[in-house]
Design a protein around this ligand. Structure first.
Ligand code: IPE
Ligand code: IPE
Ligand code: MG
Length: 260
């Protein structure tokens, strides 16, 4: 057995299953960018005869734990899908309570984000969010913009297709871009995630086998890991399992041999 990596000491209980998993991790091969479709909050609540919002509230705890686990193992970019453009179809009450929860989360966590040197970045059409939430998001993004230990990228009112259309619109407005020289790298820089590398690992909870319009361009070669567990039950153990599974994959990118 390896000795548990220093950054996890005090976070993982000695003798626990998590410790055993952490011991197996190869810390030189941690995915740089992990993206998560946090799904199943409503079903988690339904199982317990609770209103859906209680599932979202419980899901916020998973967010805290996964942010901390990611930082401790050395993930550099963590993208969290929190609200899709399609989610506006839901009851107004659920949506407004969700925004309330998120605003609360930001108020409570912004100090920690600063202390831990995390940067918050929002992707999605922020203009359509309620004003007070937008202000809070802007405040925290501004407050943390120079932080460098990890980027927490929050996808809010996000749609992968809209992101691509928005990139095309930006490109069409730029005078010095020429159709015959436009390439994938230049196109990527016009996406909301322009300054982020593509995700290496995509996690989805609650067992659905679909991408639900998330990061359509960016996940071209992401490794996908899906668990039946609902998001509020997702803990560091599950995250470590996903990382270990990722480390067993052979990423070939079309070649016949694995690429480093
Ligand atoms: C994911 O959980 C959170 C959001 C989409 C906001 P859901 O609310 O989709 O929960 P289920 O999928 O209905 O169980
Ligand atoms: C995807 O979950 C969006 C988020 C996790 C924010 P949904 O619950 O909206 O996805 P579908 O409708 O089951 O595809
Ligand atoms: Mg869902």
């Amino acid at each position: 057995m390896f000795r548990m990596f220093k950054s996890l000491e005090g976070f993982i209980e000695p003798g626990s299953e998590e410790e055993r998993l952490a011991d197996e991790l190869d810390f030189s091969r941690i995915p740089r960018h992990v993206a998560v479709i946090m799904d199943g909050n409503g079903r988690w609540a339904h199982q317990r005869n609770l209103p859906r919002i209680e599932g979202h509230r419980a899901g916020a705890k998973s967010v805290r734990e996964i942010v901390e686990t990611s930082a401790r193992v050395g993930v550099k970019y963590l993208t969290l899908f929190a609200f899709s453009k399609e989610n506006w179809k839901r009851p107004k009450r659920e949506i407004s309570m969700l925004w309330g929860l998120l605003e609360d989360y930001l108020r409570k966590e912004s100090k920690t984000l600063v202390e831990k040197n995390f940067r918050l970045k929002v992707i999605g059409q922020k203009e359509e969010l309620p004003l007070s939430l937008r202000k809070e998001l802007d405040r925290v993004e501004e407050l943390t913009k120079n932080n460098s230990s990890m980027v927490i990228c929050m996808a809010l009112n996000y749609s992968g297709r809209t992101e691509i259309v928005d990139a095309v619109k930006k490109i069409l407005k730029e005078k010095d871009i020429r159709a015959d020289t436009l390439d994938e790298d230049e196109f990527s820089r016009h996406l909301y995630t322009g300054d982020l590398p593509d995700p290496d690992l995509l996690i989805r909870t609650s067992g659905e086998l679909r991408v639900s319009n998330f990061l359509l361009w960016q996940i071209a070669y992401a490794e996908i890991w899906i668990t039946p567990d609902y998001w509020p039950d997702f803990r560091k153990k599950h995250f470590l399992l996903a990382l270990l599974d990722f480390q067993k994959r052979e990423r070939r990118f079309g070649d016949i041999r694995p690429r480093k």
